[in-house]
Design a protein around this ligand. Sequence first.
Ligand code: ZN
Length: 351
Amino acid sequence: MYALYRAVAMVKASREKVVNILSDSRSSLELLSNPRTGHPLAHAIRESTRNANAEGKEIRFYWLRAHVGTKGNERADELAKIAAQKADADYDYEKIPLSWVKSKIREETILKWQTRYDSSQTGAITKTFFPDAKKAYATIRKLKPTPVQTQIFTGHTGIAEYLHRFKLLQSPSCECDADKIESVWHIILECPRYEVARYDLEHKIETKLENQKMHEIMENPEKRVEFLSFAEKAFREATSRHRSMNRKRNEETPPTAPTSAPTQNPKRIPKTKLQHCARRQRKECYVAQKQQESLGYEQGSGTVHGRKHGKARNRLWKPMGKSSVSLSPGLANLINGSTSKTILKGKPLIR
Ligand SMILES: [Zn+2]
């Protein structure tokens, strides 16, 4: 591309009216003819061509096959080689495309990832499916794994071995045989419960299921689809067995008795009921409540506190423990609104 740029620049200094430029770089010529390209050199070449046209000059671009003995082309190759071998040569053009920088960064990142992946002691199951980080990156980007697939690739799934490891299940054994551990590989490679489905799969993908073949299967789009369909079905079945067992166990276990008896003291109103109040109002309310309690009243069924910032409203109080509280005759008369005056009025003491 830079060679084309220099060639066009030479036309400006030339007296020739028509100039033919021959290049063996098809990609550069295609880039030049693409009106949507963002390449700065392509834009510069176009501008120079327009200027040349304005001066009455014509520039034509041609593609020629490389390494077929065209004299000028061979000479250009020779000069390019000599220039490349000069270690101290100054660069005429040192800009590099952003896409190239991005791909280099990605390459470096994947290389570091691979090193860390290889040296880590964990992830044995994931490594069997994806031993190569670069290939894994390409596969996972296309695949967009489902939650069940992720569980299979990592081994973090509700099968007996995993549940047992976290003390969520008494035994890691498989349903098929008490001596067999229900692991990821047992389900995929050998459990007789999935034998028919496994046989069908092996027939379809023409590959025997083995640990060593897993990465090959994952890298092949057709085989991968078939394998994942089999694996997802098998794992859903295996994990649902434990889920249903767990549900059954919970149903059989009688509900546990409450650890402490409910409070018998009706005077006790938890402070939490008052938490929606503003601080000052809460204090007032609490004090008021205590005063009422000390007088032998408790909170009634009405709303004690308004929803809005603890505005005390609609306070309903009723005598506490009506049946158990014995009131003195004087106090009873006061509550009923009777006074010695009304008593005297209504009922003459002496007839
Ligand atoms: Zn089994």
